[in-house]
Design a protein around this ligand. Structure first.
Ligand code: RP5
Length: 149
């Protein structure tokens, strides 16, 4: 199936946490693709990915990064797809550095920012599912069933 969600992360070292995102997407039956790219170490890859991804039919991007976490914002600067940012605790400031870097976007370029770490990683997938469910009644029904609503 063609991916509906892009799960991006700034480093291979983010993989363990971002696997929580993938686990929820797997449970919900939502196809996704995953890539490692960095706003700082591979900015050209981030720019070209964000520019072409909507044209391939993806609906939502989820970006996890730690430290000066600019991946979600850099993606959002190049697409009008919804971007969900997952701030990660890469050491030092307990993830507060990544939280502020991800959430404090200027007007007109939103990043929907979830909690630091594994709770946020899981919720990013739930939120992406809720966005996709706006136009997918079967998925909306699955979400209601899993949430007991
Ligand atoms: C960020 O720097 C990444 O998202 C990661 O959380 C952090 C550390 O990256 P590595 O030095 O482990 O590659 O860009």
């Amino acid at each position: 199936m063609n991916p509906l969600v892009g799960v991006l992360m700034g480093s291979e070292s983010d993989m363990d946490t971002m696997k929580k995102t993938m686990g929820v997407l797997d449970d919900l039956g939502i196809p996704y693709e995953t890539k490692v790219m960095s706003a700082h170490r591979s900015p050209d890859s981030v720019s070209s990915y964000a520019s072409e991804v909507a044209g391939r039919g993806l609906k939502v991007l989820i970006a996890g990064a730690g430290l000066a976490a600019h991946l979600a914002g850099a993606l959002a600067s190049r697409t009008v797809l919804p971007v969900i940012g997952v701030p990660l605790d890469a050491g030092g400031l307990g993830g507060l550095d990544a939280l502020l870097s991800t959430v404090q976007m200027p007007k007109g370029v939103p990043v929907a920012t979830v909690a630091v770490g594994s709770h946020g990683a899981r919720n990013a997938a739930w939120l992406a599912a809720e966005i996709i469910a706006l136009t997918d009644p079967d998925l909306a029904a699955r979400l209601r069933e899993k949430r007991g609503l």
